[in-house]
Design a protein around this ligand. Structure first.
Ligand code: CA
Ligand code: CA
Length: 614
């Protein structure tokens, strides 16, 4: 069969669809987008009280994604994870006092609904943090429980004599109150719910149903998902917890089809694996650490091993990737404010398998190291007063670096981290091979270059990230097309907008330079060799090698008119002629070397041959 770009893509699509029916390749909406984690309190303040709010976020939706694929002024993310929006006495919101109301400092429920509608109008999905392991100690459930209310007493775990049991990381977990003790995994202000008590399960199922069905949220990020059940010394990943999530997921699916459940299981990959097929996906903390470490240490080995392991740990691409989140020191601090390192790390997770989650402000190099409030400071929009976040002093001080590191300044600089993120997100959006393709490490002459191939139904993308601050003159390696097809290929560097041809017959020897921390994302275009079909077998170019004139013959009679194009090995078009007839001569006044001559017709058929001039 001759090679024809249009047909290839139709064929890809058919394979793609049929595979998905047999579970070989999952295509969920969350696999087709990049996500963005937002702390509403710190995103944008619309009413001059120093606190970010729903209306502020609505006003900034066009920054996140304006719904128009042709503009480059937006970041291009398609899924928002909102940190807790429910009523709470705290700044962070992970201690809920009412699961049916929103934090009044963020706005009203109607304002939240407007945000949701406006996001959906732009093709943006929204999931919210759902904190089910514990509540605030000010939640009416706990207040009644502590007061020995007969119905609510068992909503929480009480023990008159718990002994000296400590938590999963050795911390205090039992706190005394009114003559007994309650269990609080994280701190005394956040008592754990008792999931062995059926009314608790019923209550949280009703909450999920409300937000999915009544309000129209697209899913939940599940805080502390491995800690629901405790029994004896089993304080995490209890089999009952795993079973609970399966039942919860099935119910959510019945209330809203294709709703997303993404879990925080901050544990080893072996533990996360327990949730495969129960939750839709979990955050891959191990891979995040390995990718950051690859850039910090200049050695991507752990990242390569971790990525290999994801193939057997999870269903294809069903895990969430990131660099850091709201619980970790910001990545710009981790890299000692080195922008090129930050770019390289961004390149990794945005070209690897999984669903990437970008923590707000990472794209403008926001700084921050713990305590928690310092890694959740106001978004840096511009170098105006209060970084454009608010017209008044914000709820917490801004980062001192906002004058140079903000959306306005960095959007205007084509080499900024912001523009790097924007390009990566756009390339990922355009290339389904990056979203749901397979992953394979490529061995090269330079172990410090993280080199890998993503493949999907005959489409291949090669990624190279230099994890060091050293210039590398040539990185050499050999790759094959995943579908086994042969012929010369055009390699298109999607990030740098350049292309080159590589001659080969199924195996391609690549040799490329890399600057410090440079990324290359290279699409391997369809084979353009002499195709083995009747039409191209009857196209003759001679002499070859040639000196200054070639003759082109189309031997079969009654064929469509031929067009001829001649390229150098960089893919630059040197000569182009249309309707050249069945027998024609062409003067070729070019330096000695190797060229590619492409003959095509109006049916879209084409054949490309190597032409040597000497
Ligand atoms: Ca406000
Ligand atoms: Ca618990």
């Amino acid at each position: 069969m001759f090679t024809l770009p249009g047909k290839k893509h139709i064929a890809s699509l058919l394979i793609f669809i049929s595979f998905s029916h047999f579970g070989f390749s999952q295509i969920n909406w969350w696999n087709q987008t990049t996500a963005y984690e937002i702390f509403v309190r710190s995103f944008y303040d619309s009413n001059a009280d120093g606190i970010g709010d729903f209306n502020g976020l609505t006003q900034k939706l066009d920054y996140l994604n304006d719904g128009n694929a042709n503009t480059n002024s937006d970041l291009g993310v398609g899924l928002l994870w909102l940190m807790p929006i429910n009523s709470t006495p705290s700044d962070h919101g992970y201690d809920v006092t009412n699961y049916y109301t929103v934090n009044p400092k963020y706005g009203t429920l109607n304002e939240f609904k407007t945000l949701l509608t406006q996001a959906h109008n732009r093709g943006i999905k929204v999931v919210m943090d759902l904190v089910l392991n514990h509540t605030s100690d000010q939640h009416p459930w706990f207040v009644k429980s502590a007061a020995n209310d007969p119905f609510y007493r068992n909503f929480y775990r009480w023990d008159a004599a718990p002994g000296n049991q400590t938590g999963p990381w050795g911390q205090q977990v039992w706190y005394s109150k009114n003559g007994s003790n309650y269990y609080g995994l994280f701190w005394s202000g956040m008592p754990d719910l008792n999931y062995n008590y059926q009314p608790v399960k019923d209550s949280v199922f009703a909450i999920a149903k409300y937000w999915l069905k009544e309000i129209g949220i697209d899913g939940f990020r599940l805080d502390a998902a491995m800690y629901l059940f405790e029994e004896g010394s089993i304080l995490k990943n209890h089999p009952k917890t795993i079973a609970f999530w399966k039942e919860f997921n099935d119910s959510c699916e019945s209330w809203k089809a294709n709703s997303l459940l993404v879990g925080e299981v901050w544990d080893s990959p072996a533990s996360i694996k327990l949730y495969t097929g129960k939750l839709d996906m979990c955050f891959e903390f191990n891979l995040a650490d390995a990718n950051i470490n690859a850039i910090s240490s200049g050695n991507p080995y752990n990242s390569r091993v971790t990525l290999n392991n994801t193939k057997t740990s999870y269903q294809d691409n069903q895990f969430a990737t990131f660099l850091t989140n709201h619980d970790q020191n910001r990545v710009f601090d981790v890299f000692n404010t080195n922008i090129e390192m930050n770019k390289a790390a961004a390149s990794l997770y945005l070209t690897q398998p999984g669903v990437p989650f970008l923590y707000y402000g990472e794209e403008v190099a926001m700084r921050g190291a713990k305590p928690d409030q310092y890694i959740r400071r106001p978004m840096q929009w511009s170098n105006a007063g209060n970084a454009g976040f608010s017209t008044v002093n914000p709820w917490i001080a801004l980062n001192s670096n906002y004058a140079n590191y903000n959306v306005s300044v960095m959007q205007a600089d084509p080499n900024s981290l912001w523009n790097h993120y924007q390009k990566l997100i756009k390339i990922r959006k355009q290339q389904s091979v990056l979203q749901i393709g397979t992953y394979q490490n490529i061995i090269s002459t330079h172990n410090e270059v993280h080199t890998y191939q993503r493949s999907l139904s005959g489409d291949d993308i090669l990624v190279m990230v230099n994890t060091t601050n050293t210039t590398i003159d040539t990185v050499q390696f050999v790759i094959s097309r995943s579908d086994g097809s042969v012929g010369n290929c055009k390699f298109v560097d999607l990030l740098n907008d350049t292309s080159f041809f590589v001659m080969g017959n199924g195996q391609y020897s690549i040799s490329l330079p890399l600057k410090p921390y440079q990324t290359r994302i290279i699409a391997i275009d369809y084979p353009i060799g002499i195709t083995n079909n009747e039409w191209s077998n009857n196209l003759i170019v001679y002499p070859n090698p040639a000196t200054n004139e070639i003759t082109i013959v189309q031997k079969l009679l009654g064929q469509p008119q031929l067009n001829m194009q001649l390229f150098n090995l960089k893919g630059e078009l040197l000569i182009s002629k249309e309707n050249i007839g069945d027998l024609s001569k062409h003067q070729i006044a070019l330096p000695n070397g190797i060229y590619l001559i492409k003959l095509s017709n109006e049916l879209g058929e084409y054949s490309t041959q190597k032409l040597v001039i000497n």
